[in-house]
Design a protein. Structure first.
Length: 220
């Protein structure tokens, strides 16, 4: 195991879409010396690290079935403090990028970009450099100028979709996921997706915090 770790560049990609994982693995394992493993949940991430598996680079999505992707950061830093982290996400909202700036990450790539950007990012990080896409680099410049992009201070710039607003109202009233699903005629999985989006936008880690901030946002 140690021999392989020293002679291979080991990557663990975490994404809840199997098709995306297959594409990432296919692209990266064409690079010399790269071994890329794909998983779909933070639970599996924790299991692998607790078993002693080691990786040079973690590629993380931010929208996962068992957490928002931020939950993986502390696990990785505790179990593999020397590893690099690359964010691979379709979300480029200012408040999310602002939240990312508080974590020790080495790269950010958008899924909306050409896949060559992902390859470029991995190559740069492998050489000890960082690789941030234009949206994240711009957000860092904004933060350095002292302007915040968190929801509480964004005013009209902070927008929820109508469905996000409705789900937030129902969560703030104490309705459970099945109750919200029944009320809106949508699946519990869809309610979970909206809840995760709201948690990202409001920079919270659990439903209790979301209810607290949601009530303030709704004027309650």
């Amino acid at each position: 195991m140690a021999h392989n770790f020293e002679n291979e560049y080991r990557i663990l990609a975490l994404d809840d879409h199997p098709v995306v994982l297959e594409g990432v693995q296919y692209l990266l394992q064409k690079q010399s010396g790269v071994v890329c493993t794909g998983i779909t949940t933070i639970e599996e991430l924790l299991e692998r690290l607790q078993k002693g598996e080691r990786f040079h680079l973690f590629i993380l999505d931010l929208e996962l079935p068992d957490s928002d992707g931020f939950g993986a950061f502390s696990i990785i830093r505790e179990q593999c403090p020397e590893a690099s982290i690359l964010i691979y996400t379709m979300h480029e909202e200012p408040w999310l990028l602002a939240r990312l700036s508080h974590f020790d990450i080495q790269g950010v790539v958008s899924k909306n970009d050409d896949v060559v950007k992902l390859i470029e990012a991995v190559r740069a990080i492998r050489r000890g450099r960082t690789y941030y896409n234009e949206a994240y680099s711009e957000q860092l410049r904004i933060l350095q100028s002292g302007v915040t992009s968190y929801p509480e201070t964004m005013g009209d710039a902070f927008k929820l979709s109508q469905r996000e607003y409705t789900v937030l109202e129902l969560i703030s009233k104490g309705l459970t996921t099945p109750e919200i699903a029944h009320r809106l005629f949508i699946s519990t999985n869809t309610v979970g997706t909206y809840r995760r989006r709201l948690m990202i936008k409001f920079n919270v880690h659990n439903v209790a915090q979301l209810i607290n901030k949601g009530k303030k946002f709704l004027g309650g």
